[in-house]
Write a protein that binds this ligand. Sequence first.
Ligand SMILES: [Zn+2]
Ligand SMILES: [Zn+2]
Length: 383
Amino acid sequence: MFDRFTASQKPDVPEFGVVLIGAGALGSELAFQLAKCARSKVLVLDPEQLEARNLLRSRFLSQALSHEPDTDGPHCKATLLKAEAARTWKLSWNGAVSEIADTGLALLASYHVLCCCTDSALSRAETALAARLLGMPMLDCGVFGEGVSAGRVTWFATQQDAACYLCGMAENRRAQLLAYAASASLGCAAADRQNPMTGSSDAVRHTAQTAVKMLQTVQDGELPQTSTAWQLTYHAASDAWSDRPVILPRSGSCPWHDYHPGALVSLPWERPLAESLSRHATTHGDMVLQLHWPICTQAVCRNCRATAAPLHRVAWVRRRLHCSHCNGIGTLEPMSCVGAVASTDPLATCTPRQLHLPEHHLYLLRHAVAFPTPERSQDEPAP
Ligand SMILES: [Zn+2]
Ligand SMILES: [Zn+2]
């Protein structure tokens, strides 16, 4: 008799996958620890090129660079770590020279945890949004200041009422950060400037080891149900580390716990949005694409007053766009931006690729709000 449960039909247990956001001192140490314990499904994300200061603070990046063939070209941290994991540990990791907000949600969804090691509040906020949209947990790691023997590992649970990264922020700071990333308001260009995260080397190592242990706990199915921060402190007298857990409360004013009713869907990358939206229209009416991060349609250069139509997300314009006239980087101020696209909007003639949205993405569609036309009463004259 035919056995329905032959080996090929057994349900696959998906390999536990970790997305590592940020490959600086702490991120690359965590990558080193993940490689050492043979974690084979890792995606490393970092948009930056390698700088001399990275080599002073990272044994994995130094080791990776020493194994690279001599070329004059710049090296990117994400691709260096991916190459080193393959060379020394025979691990086929994925690496992308990309910010988390430019990484497709469909790609992220094939992993289990988003692990953030950046020194940017904005990329933490962007990671937190991806985590909430996908219902994925986020593990956030940090160290405190030059030479300080202290670190922090924070677990953000997936439950709707569990605190997210934005919950812990003071309201004015949260408003400033979201304005920087999502609106055309002027004068908030400094919102994301932070000092690089450079703890003592023992703090970096201990924080990374704690994160790796935490990931193992998660893989073993012991998912913490509440968002919790562990403060890691070194005590010289006893030559030992302590970890004090603090439960994080959800903030009632945090905007990321109530979504627009809608569903995440994939849309063709090369097809105009108008066509894709009309294919998704239902008997209940038209659909509108709700962008996770608004797109800047017009910007002006602070230096030379030249204007541009970037069609890139707002934070990317503020941080990375080159002015084509004076060649300044980060000199363009968004003047107008779009947060949602309906099939009749001018932006709907563009494809997701033309709007610099990521490939392998998931999009939030919601029903267009249709205001019913009032019925004419019988004694009202016809127009
Ligand atoms: Zn929140
Ligand atoms: Zn300019």
